[in-house]
Design a protein around this ligand. Sequence first.
Ligand code: PMP
Length: 420
Amino acid sequence: MSQTDMTIFEKLESEVRSYVRSFPTVFTKAKGYKMWDQKGTEYLDFFSGAGALNYGHNDPMMKAKLVDYILSDGITHSLDMATAPKAEFLTKFNEVILKPRNLEYKVMFPGPTGTNTVESALKLARKVTGRTDIISFTNGFHGMTIGALSVTGNAFKRKGAGIPLQNVVTMPYDSFVNDNLDTLEYLERFLEDGGSGVDIPAAMILETVQGEGGINAASFEWLQRVEQICKRWGILLIVDDVQAGVGRTGTFFSFEKAGIKPDIVCMSKSIGGYGLPLAITLIRLDLDIWEPGEHNGTFRGNNHAFVTAAAALSYWEDPKFEKSIEEKSEKIFNFLEGIVAKYPELQGEARGRGFMVGISTEIEGLAASIAEEAFQRGLIMETSGPKDEVFKLFPPLVIDNEGLEQGFKIIEDSVKAVLG
Ligand code: PMP
């Protein structure tokens, strides 16, 4: 087969391209936690398509279902018409995910991406409450359209809008709070101070672990306090589980262990199971006040994604799956803590929860150099945080111990090489 010329991207693809720069090779094949480029070089995938491949690449069970479906001339595109794969996904989502967790939600299909679900959640919160303001948190990341970007606490990304973004108050997230600054207490004082005419916001939106913002994990207590404030003031709580959901933090929903019940939940990325585009917005039953057609979109019903999404939920029928995530997570975190302790020159800190972890370093540019070095040695990982100060370990949840050990070795070798 002829080789693809890398320079085509430079010539024809917009300057906005990014991953093609960080991982400068042409990828051709992938399986489980491995990817290969056109030269046959093997890479360990500790990136998982930015969290869209929690079940790895080309999962055999999902692939078989998808191939059968395609061969049977099953419907691919159907807007929001009724189809069997959509019914199967809804049924399984209710039976396998919602019911055992004592959760009841209506499921909305807002469009194919994470940004679409956030956009729908913000619109719905404003429509339900009749209020305008939204509270979001420092370093939160919620998407790139104007609404979702307005709640995204990232100056660089906001600059991309080219215009000021409004009606959002961004407050310090849990990990930036200390004894002298308690965001939630501050917020409550504001809300209580009716005399100064502060408007009650429509919603608060947050990630329980901030992915793009630098793997900042909120404590369960903090999340519970957020929920209490929301309840007290009739503010809707939107949890953006686009990245932290679908097992990434150890449980299907990232908020399960905190024991909170958000009013609206945003999901995408791995919900499609196979890397196919799918997003859902979970809506508290009494809040589903949309009128038919008020929020639509052409690609709300990719039936290939429904087929794989339904198949992916089978993983959650077996409690061993969750247990295995927990065991491997412990291993990963121990490794990270070991690296931080062994290489004090890193000035590092191990962060995160479950399979949503990384190491932050105080030294400018170091995390990016480590990720670049790791790529040269055959491992793909991303950096995150406002100064790209974190290298992020995001392997698929299905990775085996051998894959983890191989990855750990490459990461440690890269740290050593970069520190000199
Ligand atoms: N919310 C969160 C928490 C995300 O991490 C992302 C994507 N990184 C989005 C929303 C936006 O999703 P998408 O890129 O699919 O539009």
